[in-house]
Design a protein around this ligand. Structure first.
Ligand SMILES: Cc1cc2nc3c(=O)[nH]c(=O)nc-3n(C[C@H](O)[C@H](O)[C@H](O)COP(=O)(O)OP(=O)(O)OC[C@H]3O[C@@H](n4cnc5c(N)ncnc54)[C@H](O)[C@@H]3O)c2cc1C
Length: 362
C-alpha cells in the first residue's frame, strides 16, 4: 500500500469499489446501533458474537480494503480487529460520529493538538479546586449512612456519595466493601485498555517539509503504522511522532531498546527519507507502563461483553457512581467523552436522594 516517499497509494478500481462498499455497509450497520444500549439491538447476539476482524474478512474482498479497516482499527482502538467485537466497533463508531471522522485529520478527531500538551486541560480545570495528588485511593467502604474512601497512606475521607472517575479496569483494582455485585465485577475483569507506544524522533529541522511532505503517513507495514509531524510551532526543531499500537506494540515492546529504535527509525526512513535515520534525540513512551493508566486510548469490549455485561456499566452501585470516558455514550475513548460523562454523573449524583443520617465516619 505504499511506494516511494510521500506517495499516495494508487488503489485500483476493484480495491476502491470494495472499500467504498465496505465503508457504506459498516456505516449502515453502525447507524442501526443505539450507542446508549448496544445490547438492545435486535441482532445483538450475532453482532456481539463475532470479532470485527471476522466481519472485515467476510465483507471486504481486497487486500487494500482489508488493510484500511485494520489500520483504522489499530489507530482508533489501539487494539487489533480480532480483539474487539463487531458490536463494539459499530457502537463506538456511531457514538463518535463515524469511522471516517475518527481517523480523519481535517475536520476529524485527529485535527487539533493542545499547545503544551493535553495535561494543560486538566491543569486548567483543576485551578481553584481542592485537588490532592500523590495519595491514590485504595479502598471504598459504603453502608446505609455514607461512604468512606481510604487512600494508600491510610487517610480517610467521608462522603455521602462518591464518583469513581478512573477507567473500569483500574476501578476493579480498588478494594470495595461490601464487594461489588458479581456482574459489575465481572464486567471490570473484561474491559482491557489498548496498547500504545508513542515514539518521538527530533531533528535539527522538520526536513520533510522541504520535500512538500506534511509528516503524516499511514501504512500497513509496522511497527509504526501512523505518523504525525508534532514539531513545536515556534521552535526551530523538527519532531516526528510514530504510533505503535495493538498487536504491533505487544510484539515490538518485547524487543531490545536498540532494536525497537532501529525498527521505528526504519519506518520513518521509509516514509520521509534517509535523513530520518539520524535524529538528535529519540524518546519512547509506553502507556501500558503508566501505573495510573495501564494502556489506552480506552477500554475495548471483546465478543460477548456488551451483551452479557453492558447493562452493568453505568448504573451506580449504592453510593458509588461511575464517570470517565468509558462511560460516555458519545465520544467514549476521548477527552470529550470524559467531560460529557462527568456532567451526566454530576447530574445523577445531584438527583440522588440525600442520606438521612450523618455522613459515615464524620
Ligand atoms: C497516548 C494517548 C493518546 C491519546 N490521545 C487522545 C486524543 O488525541 N484525543 C482525545 O480526546 N483523547 C485521547 N486520549 C484518550 C484520553 O486521554 C482519555 O479519553 C481521557 O484522558 C479519559 O479521561 P478520564 O477522566 O475518563 O480518565 P483519566 O484521564 O484516565 O483520569 C483518571 C485519573 O485518575 C487518576 N487515578 C487512577 N487511579 C487512581 C487511584 N487509585 N486513586 C486516585 N486517582 C487515580 C489518574 O492518575 C488520572 O489522573 C489519549 C490517551 C492516551 C493514553
Amino acid at each position: 500500500m505504499e511506494g516511494r516517499k510521500g506517495a499516495v497509494p494508487g488503489l485500483g478500481p476493484f480495491a476502491l469499489t470494495d472499500l467504498a462498499q465496505g465503508m457504506s455497509r459498516f456505516g449502515r450497520l453502525a447507524r442501526s446501533v443505539d450507542p446508549a444500549r448496544p445490547w438492545a439491538h435486535p441482532r445483538a447476539d450475532v453482532l456481539d458474537g463475532q470479532t470485527f476482524r471476522t466481519w472485515v474478512r467476510r465483507t471486504l474482498r481486497t487486500r487494500s480494503g482489508r488493510a484500511y479497516f485494520d489500520i483504522a482499527t489499530e489507530a482508533v482502538f489501539a487494539a487489533d480487529a480480532s480483539d474487539i467485537s463487531l458490536l463494539h466497533a459499530l457502537c463506538y463508531a456511531v457514538g463518535n460520529g463515524d469511522l471516517e471522522t475518527l481517523v480523519a485529520v481535517d475536520h476529524g478527531a485527529q485535527q487539533d493538538r493542545v499547545v503544551g500538551g493535553s495535561v494543560v486541560v486538566a491543569e486548567r480545570l483543576a485551578e481553584g479546586l481542592d485537588v490532592r495528588l500523590g495519595d491514590p485511593v485504595a479502598s471504598i467502604t459504603q453502608d446505609r449512612a455514607g461512604v468512606t474512601v481510604r487512600t494508600r497512606s491510610g487517610r480517610e475521607h467521608a462522603a455521602d456519595r462518591v464518583v469513581v472517575a478512573i477507567p473500569p479496569t483500574l476501578a476493579g483494582r480498588l478494594v470495595d466493601d461490601p464487594p461489588l455485585p458479581a456482574a459489575r465485577d465481572q464486567l471490570t475483569q473484561r474491559l482491557p485498555a489498548g496498547t500504545v507506544v508513542k515514539a518521538f524522533a527530533a531533528y535539527p529541522t522538520p526536513f520533510w517539509r522541504e520535500d512538500g511532505l506534511n509528516g503524516q503517513a499511514a501504512s500497513d507495514r509496522g511497527p509504526v503504522k501512523v505518523t504525525f509531524d508534532v514539531s513545536p510551532s515556534e521552535a526551530e526543531v523538527g519532531v516526528l511522532l510514530g504510533f505503535v499500537e495493538g498487536g504491533e506494540a505487544l510484539r515490538w515492546q518485547r524487543l531490545s531498546e536498540a532494536e525497537r529504535r532501529r525498527q521505528v527509525l526504519g519506518c520513518f526512513v521509509r516514509h520521509f527519507g534517509e535523513q530520518a535515520a539520524h535524529p538528535t534525540s529519540y524518546v519512547e513512551k509506553n502507556w501500558s507502563e503508566e501505573e495510573f493508566t495501564r494502556g489506552c486510548y480506552g477500554a475495548h469490549f471483546a465478543p460477548g461483553v456488551w451483551t452479557a455485561f453492558g447493562e452493568s456499566l453505568r448504573p451506580p452501585v449504592g453510593r458509588v457512581h461511575w464517570a470517565g470516558s468509558e462511560y460516555a455514550v458519545e465520544w467514549s475513548g476521548y477527552m470529550e467523552g470524559a467531560v460529557r460523562s462527568g456532567r451526566a454523573t454530576a447530574r445523577e449524583v445531584l438527583d440522588a436522594p440525600r442520606s438521612s443520617g450523618p455522613p459515615h465516619g464524620a
